[in-house]
Design a protein around this ligand. Structure first.
Ligand SMILES: *[C@@H]1O[C@H](CO)[C@@H](O)[C@H](O)[C@H]1NC(C)=O
Ligand SMILES: *[C@@H]1O[C@H](CO)[C@@H](O)[C@H](O)[C@H]1NC(C)=O
Ligand SMILES: *[C@@H]1O[C@H](CO)[C@@H](O)[C@H](O)[C@H]1NC(C)=O
Length: 209
């Protein structure tokens, strides 16, 4: 009898986040092709995703890191990733991911590092990323991203490294805020990019390009 209450508490309360976050991760597993079975341990019948390979959690069993760089994954990113509220490192570089960067990634308010470089991602850079106030490393280089660089990203006060080189971006390069410290290396090899916006001379053009 004495064991019953703790057991019920464990079954009903503790796994709520684990289930939510496990479901989000499992949505990613379903959306990608995984020829080398790096996601084999991502088993939704296990309550706690913190036991899965390439997943790191904090002391409260909340997911803080996903380390899936260079894992030969193809397929798409899923909006469910936005549910990993404590995620600090989203490392999915050097895969063959295609499709859009989900706007929901902008909900990951703990994110320090977003590394999606060297994939095959298309569409535009979501302006929602400007809500990631802890972000230090934003590397989206080596994809097929198009459209303008969202000017809202200049408000990312902690940004140390931005790399959007080797894409198909267009328009002018914002120069204010956190962008004032960046060099042209960050923007190279975007043949339709027009160069830095000239503050006070040329109005930032928000139209199509
Ligand atoms: C990128 O995606 C296109 C189709 O959308 C495909 O033709 C191309 O081979 C892909 N490139 C890589 C490196 O996977
Ligand atoms: C940033 O977050 C706020 C609050 O959740 C939201 O209203 C806003 O639309 C977000 N900004 C962008 C550019 O998505
Ligand atoms: C730009 O593209 C050239 C030719 O593909 C390459 O040699 C160079 O390293 C690229 N620059 C950057 C910053 O990636």
């Amino acid at each position: 009898m004495a064991l019953r209450i703790p057991l019920h508490l464990f079954l009903l309360i503790v796994p709520i986040y684990a289930n939510l976050e496990g479901d989000a991760l499992y949505a990613l597993r379903r959306a990608v092709n995984d020829p080398e079975n790096v996601l084999q341990s991502w088993d939704p019948t296990l309550v706690d995703p913190c036991t899965w390979f390439h997943v790191t959690c904090d002391a409260q069993n909340r997911v803080t890191r996903l380390d899936l760089g260079n894992a030969k994954l193809s397929g798409k990113l899923v909006p469910e990733l936005g549910k990993l509220e404590r995620l600090q490192y989203l490392e999915l570089y050097m895969n063959k991911l295609m499709g859009l960067i989900p706007a929901e990634v902008g909900r990951l308010r703990s994110l320090v590092s977003l590394d999606l470089y060297n994939n095959n991602l298309t569409g535009s850079i979501p302006p929602s990323l400007s809500n990631l106030s802890n972000l230090k490393f934003l590397r989206l280089n080596g994809n097929r991203l198009s459209g303008r660089i969202p000017r809202e990203l200049t408000k990312l006060g902690n940004l140390k490294i931005l790399d959007v080189s080797n894409n198909d971006l267009c328009g002018t390069i914002p120069t204010s805020g956190s962008f004032s410290k960046l060099t042209e290396e960050s923007f190279m090899n975007n043949s339709r990019l027009e160069g830095p916006e000239l503050m006070g001379f040329v109005k930032y053009d928000v139209g199509g390009c």
